[in-house]
Design a protein. Structure first.
Length: 548
């Protein structure tokens, strides 16, 4: 059975897996992690580095890995994704449709990008034709070229270059089962959050935060002896350097464990933990975004993968701050294991493994053939013999009447005409619908007034909000209203949020995490307690209201 390498090059660490290829339940034979030298990678772009190539070759040799086929999984800001809805065309026509309409999806020079796509599911609406949910991916050709060059310098052959978000989804869609789970892949300076339910990708977001700030904080902390990134990360994977809450007033679901710890170390752990505040806030927004749009199907669990999964205590911090049980995956049901594989650390290899399942083709047509490979002279002699036979056959073919070749050309042309006719029909239909939509939108904008939405919103606030709710601030534009709200308790805050969601003038509501505020009694004022939060209400478009 053929084997393949799944490789993920990170800012600080490079992960390599060896497993079966193109089989339903692949076996994982080995996995290794090596340091990534400084300056090798920047936002997914690789720089040529002889030291790095030699390190990969040595790691493969030391672990007796002889497999030469490889798939890279990549994450970068230069990989642009967009979810689109297209007509329910046949599977083999999706790529044609996407390429024909690519300029509508991405305002970039597509000559510099490779395109790929993932079909996420079918949307059925009563009274309307079925549509496909498709994630379209555009990756810089310059970025992809760096991985083919790295493979060549290591004596490897690139089969695919996959997008890390797709790698995670393809592996985890079976692991999540029927529940709605948020899979959070935490890396050095970025995080991919994917909401998966019943094998479908409901939502995916790239977040600009990871473990870097926490690891660097430990390097700087005098309470810890570690003075390098690698040493600090390894310590965070062995002992609890992260507290289980950001704020001591947070209700604990998972308890703290710091017996025998000095006050100085406790303070250092708090500083390390505080660096995760931005990540927690970003993940909370993803949860709120999904739950707002899918009130009957909220997120019920969080699965932590990637480098961050190895940081002890990070899953408990997620559980307490987000209020959803967070687990680190320890076993992958869709993968079998060679007897020597330690499953405890499998979570950080999820993307490397998932890249081998159903990778998108970011490599581009014909690129595989351009990758340099080493020469096997035994196979070359066989190839020469085959070519000799082909040459003799070719000379014999000269005697075949020329019209046979013309007949074949005619058949090929007819097949191409049939294929392009289908694409042309789809393209013309799309352009017709697009023109109609633009005309309607233009007519609406002519009659629209920015204050219309605000007036309707304020009217509902006066009649529906609880009388004891307190609005500290309100800022409005033509699309939304941003408010800072104060409530007397968590329960009261929940009622206010639900009230906003019931507004006829609002289509979506997004809130931040709730903050408890205590004020001590003074000579002029009594002790006070309240819950404070921000809320953004997006106005229901006037055109939608008219269609009700």
């Amino acid at each position: 059975m053929a084997k393949i390498l799944g490789i993920e090059v990170g800012n600080s660490f490079t992960r390599i897996c060896e497993l079966d290829y193109k089989t339903k339940n692949p076996k994982l034979y080995k996995y290794i992690t090596i340091p990534t030298p400084n300056g090798v990678i920047n936002d997914g772009f690789l720089q040529e580095n002889v030291e790095f190539s030699l390190a990969i070759k040595k790691a493969l040799s030391d672990n007796k890995i002889t497999t030469k086929q490889a798939i890279f999984t990549v994450s970068s800001n230069k990989i642009v994704t967009r979810e689109v809805m297209i007509p329910a065309v046949k599977t083999n026509q999706v790529g044609t449709y996407i390429r024909a309409n690519a300029t509508d999806y991405f305002p970039i020079d597509l000559a510099l990008y490779e395109l790929a796509h993932v079909v996420l599911g079918t949307v059925k609406t009563e009274g309307e034709a079925d549509k496909l949910r498709v994630m379209v991916i555009a990756a810089s050709k310059e970025l992809i070229a760096g991985y083919t060059a790295l493979a060549a310098s290591c004596g490897l052959r690139v089969q695919h270059v996959d997008y890390a978000g797709n790698s995670v989804f393809q592996l985890m869609k079976e692991e999540c089962g029927s529940e709605t789970a948020l899979v959070v892949k935490v890396e050095e300076d970025s995080t991919i959050a994917s909401v998966i339910c019943n094998g479908e990708l409901m939502l995916q977001r790239n977040l600009a935060s990871g473990i870097d700030r926490a690891v660097n904080m430990m390097v700087q902390a005098p309470e810890y002896p570690e003075n390098t990134y690698e040493a600090a990360f390894q310590t965070m994977c062995r002992r609890a350097c992260v507290k289980v809450v950001l704020n001591e007033r947070t209700r604990m679901i998972e308890p703290e464990s710091n017996a025998g710890e000095s006050e100085a170390v406790t303070e250092a752990r708090k500083r390390i933990t505080d660096t995760f505040a931005q990540l927690i806030s970003n993940v909370a927004r993803v949860i709120e975004l999904h739950n707002t749009k899918n009130r009957n199907n909220p997120i019920t669990s969080i699965i932590l993968v990637g480098l961050g999964a190895d940081v002890i205590g990070l899953n408990k911090l997620f559980t307490n701050e987000l209020g959803i049980q967070t687990q680190v995956i320890k076993n992958l049901g869709g993968v079998s294991y060679f007897h020597s594989v330690d499953q405890e650390s499998i979570a950080k290899y999820v993307a490397s493994i998932g890249a081998t399942f159903e990778p998108v083709n970011l490599l581009g047509d014909g690129s595989k053939a351009k990758v340099k490979t080493t020469v096997d002279y035994g196979k070359l002699s066989v190839l020469i013999g085959v070519l000799a036979v082909v040459a003799i056959g070719g000379m014999c073919a000269l005697a075949i009447p020329p019209y046979l070749e013309e007949q074949q050309n005619e058949r090929d042309l007819k097949e191409k005409i049939t294929l392009y006719e289908q694409a042309e029909k789809l393209y013309n239909s799309y352009n017709g619908l697009k023109s109609l939509d633009e005309e309607v939108a233009m007519q609406y904008r002519i009659t629209e007034h920015p204050n219309n939405n605000l007036i309707a919103f304020l009217s509902e606030m006066e009649t529906k909000l609880p009388s004891d709710s307190y609005l500290q601030e309100l800022v409005s534009n033509g699309e939304s209203a941003a408010l800072k709200v104060r409530a007397s308790s968590y329960e009261e805050a929940a009622k206010i949020i639900e009230t906003f969601r019931s507004f006829d003038s609002v289509r979506d509501v997004v809130t931040t995490a709730l903050t408890e505020v205590y004020t001590e009694a003074t000579e002029d004022a009594e002790e006070d307690y309240y819950v404070e939060f921000d809320v953004v209400c997006y106005y229901l478009d006037a055109a939608v209201e008219q269609g009700k």
